[in-house]
Ligand binder design. Structure first.
Ligand SMILES: CC(C)(COP(=O)(O)OP(=O)(O)OC[C@H]1O[C@@H](n2cnc3c(N)ncnc32)[C@H](O)[C@@H]1OP(=O)(O)O)[C@@H](O)C(=O)NCCC(=O)NCCS
Length: 166
C-alpha cells in the first residue's frame, strides 16, 4: 500500500496521502484521533492486541500526520472490519471511502469473498457511507456496544460480497 493517494481528485486543500502499516510507534497519534472521534473509543490495549494478533492495520498519512486508520481481521473466507476512523477535521473529504477501497483490495488479495462489519444503530453517517459503497444490512446484534449511562446499544451487521480480482 505505497501508492500516493488523493481523496477527491481536484486536490484543492486536500493533501496527498499514503498508507503505512500501523505499528506501536503510531499508537499515540492513533489514540489522539480515537479519543476525539468516538464517545466510546477503543483503548490502547485494543489496538496493541490487534497488532500483536497480526490483524491488518493501516494508517493513512499525509505529511507525516495521520488522517485516519483501519483495523481488519482475516477469517476463513471473509474479512471483518473492526475499526475505521477518519480524524474529525478530515472527515467528508473522501478518505473514508478511500480506506474502504484499500480494505476491499487487500481482502480480495487474501482470497476473501466477503467483508463484514458492525456499526452502531445511531451511527447513520457511517451506515450511509457503507450502503453507498455497496454494503447491505444482514441483521442486528442486541446490546453489542457500550453506551451512555451504563446502557448498551445495538449493532447493525453489514456485509459486502467481494467479486474475485479479474
Ligand atoms: C464514518 C467515517 C469513517 C467516514 O469517513 P469520511 O472520510 O468522513 O467519509 P467520506 O468523506 O469518504 O464520505 C462521507 C461523506 O462525505 C462525502 N464526501 C466525500 N468526498 C467529499 C468531498 N471531497 N467533499 C465533500 N464531501 C465529500 C460523501 O459523499 C459522504 O457524504 P455523507 O456525509 O452524505 O455520507 C468518519 O466519518 C469517521 O471516522 N467517523 C467517526 C468514527 C466512526 O463512526 N467510524 C465508523 C464506525 S462503524
Amino acid at each position: 500500500m505505497n501508492a500516493i493517494l488523493r481523496a477527491d481528485g481536484d486536490g484543492d486543500g486536500v493533501p496527498e496521502a499514503r498508507f503505512e502499516p500501523m505499528t506501536a510507534l503510531w499508537l499515540d497519534a492513533v489514540m489522539a484521533i480515537e479519543a476525539t472521534a468516538y464517545p466510546h473509543p477503543w483503548t490502547r490495549g485494543n489496538f496493541s492486541d490487534s497488532l500483536r494478533a497480526g490483524y491488518q492495520a493501516q494508517v493513512l498519512v499525509a505529511h507525516d500526520t495521520p488522517l485516519g486508520y483501519f483495523v481488519a481481521m482475516k477469517g476463513v473466507d471473509e474479512v471483518h472490519l473492526l475499526n475505521i476512523t477518519v480524524a474529525p477535521e478530515r472527515q467528508s473529504q473522501g478518505w473514508g471511502r478511500l480506506m474502504l477501497d484499500a480494505l476491499a483490495t487487500w481482502s480480495r488479495g487474501q482470497g476473501a469473498q466477503w467483508l463484514w462489519l458492525e456499526v452502531r444503530v445511531s451511527n447513520e453517517r457511517a451506515q450511509r457511507l457503507y450502503e453507498r459503497y455497496g454494503y447491505r444490512r444482514m441483521g442486528q446484534r442486541k446490546a453489542y456496544y457500550p453506551a451512555a449511562h451504563g446502557r448498551r446499544e445495538d449493532a447493525i451487521v453489514m456485509s459486502l460480497p467481494l467479486a474475485p480480482t479479474p
